[in-house]
Design a binder for this molecule. Sequence first.
Ligand code: FCB
Length: 440
Amino acid sequence: MPSYTFPKDFLWGASTSSYQIEGALDADGRGPCIWDTFAAAGKIVDGSTAAVACDHYHRWPEDIALMKEAGFNAYRFSIAWPRIIPTGTGPVNRQGLDFYDRLVDGLLEAGIRPMACLYHWDLPQPLEDRGGWQGREVIGPFAEYARVVTKRLADRVKDWMMLNEPNVVAIFGYGVGEHAPGHKLGEQGILRALHHQNLAQGAALRAIAAEHRGLTLGTVINLQPCRPDTDRAADVAAAARWDAVWNRVPLDGLLRGRIPPLLADRMKDFVLPGDEEAIRYPIDLLGINYYSRMTMKYEAGHPFDVGWGDARCERWTGMAWPVQPDGLYDLLVEFKEHYGNPAVFIAENGAAYDDQPVNGKVHDAERVAFLRDHLESVARALADGCNVRGYLCWSLLDNFEWAFGLSKRFGIVRVDYDTLKRTPKDSYKFFSKVVKSGKL
Ligand code: FCB
């Protein structure tokens, strides 16, 4: 394999999210969120909950030490909306802000750049009760929450990401019901949830920019190149529809202020005059999450008449996701060509495997190979002029993997859920070596 050198100021680190690692769901005035309700309704496949998760709420100093030890200079975490404004609108909970204040100071002390994400899926339940992302009532409260959080932390946190993966929220949460809040509203539910997140994002970006200068503002989108299963016209059209829903509604909305023409008719009942300007914003940095390509085919009976095709892949992760590192290279190059090469960073990339600890060690050779191959794609994209500023793996710790609960392990550090002991895996050591040397 050829060797690669990454830029000197490259951002290196990991991503996590509040609900997946913090635990302490009843601590210090936190309010309920949609994932608490979803879990209580028995929707988590292994019957687990996030009540303790990694107990990061209490063990964050240990987790920062792990990152420092690995040589990381950046860390993307999310702020739990229900800790800050427990009822979604109304009183601010100071204790919630205090927690992130301590975390941020700890990160800065360790020389790690805190990159905060405002919404990684823990919508306060009272807002869902008022329609959640199906309507416009969430927009104002989200912008207000953004204002409250940045007022407290923007003196020290310079990087602000608004949303995490609005496409996944819309499709899995409101379209097919596999994620909280569990609605099966099909196409209209998906498109409404996407559009209202776009609007909330635009409002939050403007609310923050009105009060602060010199911040790096952005958002995080899960981009996956969509390929047709065959060259039959029906499959080609299905892949194009899915690309429009998955990639273009979030991207074109934000970067171009444009509803994809393919979907305009389906969105006409809820896109109002002025919306396209309101969702467009000249962000400073886009977070890209990449896991795999999507191979799609025509299949009636699903939203947008799209079903999964055959990825024709030899390697699969423990989520049964195909391992396609070249898809990351393709995506970065296509993004550069389509959108004029704005600054991006890889905000998530990683894999779950069924790790088995042996004598207190985790030899996760498949995850090492996964990371190595994807880092190579990033290095190739950099060599071809893509404006990539950093790479954060998913994830620092094994954690609560949404509807899969504690059954899927994505960490480069193992968490023993009985003792909460952290054990760095071989992948942590491999990644740390790349980070410290800046070389692959
Ligand atoms: C992404 C999510 C993240 C994690 C990974 C595996 O879709 O942003 O929280 O669950 O997938």
